[in-house]
Design a protein around this ligand. Structure first.
Ligand SMILES: C[S@@+](CC[C@H](N)C(=O)[O-])C[C@H]1O[C@@H](n2cnc3c(N)ncnc32)[C@H](O)[C@@H]1O
Length: 271
């Protein structure tokens, strides 16, 4: 082993990097939006509803809700994500994005008919505080809907590259940190929801062509510890192993969980 994974050159916050945002919009957003659409349709949101999207990214669910004639507030901690979402929401009347921290929403109680979060608050260390905030801002009788990964490393691109890095001894097993914990009913119940349901969903994943995989996804793959420190020779080896895995592995699927919890029609203000 000649190259130990290094963490020093990892960006502090990849979500705030322009190349990350561009790559995210090209590769990740269309796929998370496919899953978000299933969640949106499953919950039967009426046109005219007031919708909150927490951790909106480049606005996949927010744009979908605006297209369905809802009024939309989208929030994200990354200024660049917020700017991009506002550009996408510009054609719609009552829809905009604001930079805000999910764990302390600067929004009124009972202000929304529903709050969504797609691959965002359930992945955060302050998941429970953020879920309580989502419940607080939804009116009694409204609902909270979460879309969460049902696989240990989320989108299959991460599993493919991690696996190849470990095989080439460019990364230690476990370097990515603990696997993503499953979404459970209790997460929504503890946040104050009733009538909670959890559903699994599986859709085909789209991957870049095997030969351009690392080039296309590079800015996103920097979230893998050690990836951005790899030297040219290691990248070349990694590229051919990844291309082999993409070509001969699969089928590649997006495996997610949709959680829906209702805000009680009468509730005490415990928060
Ligand atoms: C994996 S992305 C999901 C984006 C989008 N919902 C989607 O499905 O494509 C997670 C998003 O959560 C945002 N985020 C991370 N921490 C946050 C926080 N504390 N408050 C608000 N947004 C946060 C990130 O900036 C990023 O845009």
């Amino acid at each position: 082993l000649t190259t130990q994974p290094r963490h020093v050159s990892e960006p502090l916050n990849p979500w705030a990097e322009p190349a990350f945002v561009t790559t995210y919009e090209r590769w990740a957003d269309p796929q998370s939006t496919k899953l978000a659409k299933v969640a949106f349709d499953k919950t039967g949101v009426e046109p005219g509803s007031r919708i909150l999207d927490v951790g909106t990214g480049v606005g996949g669910l927010a744009v979908l809700a605006a297209e369905r004639e809802c009024s939309v507030v989208a929030v994200d901690s990354s200024d660049l994500m917020v700017q991009r979402t506002n550009t996408r929401l510009a054609p719609f009347g009552d829809a905009h994005a604001i930079q805000m921290n999910a764990r302390a929403l600067d929004l009124d109680d009972d202000d929304f008919d529903a709050a969504f979060s797609v691959f965002s608050v359930t992945l955060m260390p302050h998941r429970d505080a953020s879920l309580r905030e989502m419940v607080r801002v939804v009116r009694p009788g409204g609902f909270v809907c979460l879309v969460h990964w049902a696989t240990p490393y989320g989108h299959p691109i991460f599993g493919i590259v991690l696996d190849a890095m470990e095989q080439l001894e460019l990364s230690r097993p476990g370097a990515m940190g603990p696997p993503i914990a499953p979404l459970e009913n209790s997460h929504l119940v503890h946040a104050g929801c009733v009538d909670v349901s959890i559903t699994d969903i599986k859709l085909p994943a789209t991957l870049p062509a095997p030969t351009s995989f690392l080039d296309e996804l590079g800015p996103i793959l920097r979230v893998i510890p050690g990836f951005s420190a790899l030297q040219r020779i290691h990248l070349a080896n990694l590229e051919s192993l990844v291309a082999h895995k993409v070509t001969h592995g699969g089928p590649w699927t997006l495996e997610a969980t949709i959680g829906v919890g209702h805000v009680p029609t009468s509730r005490g203000r415990w928060h």
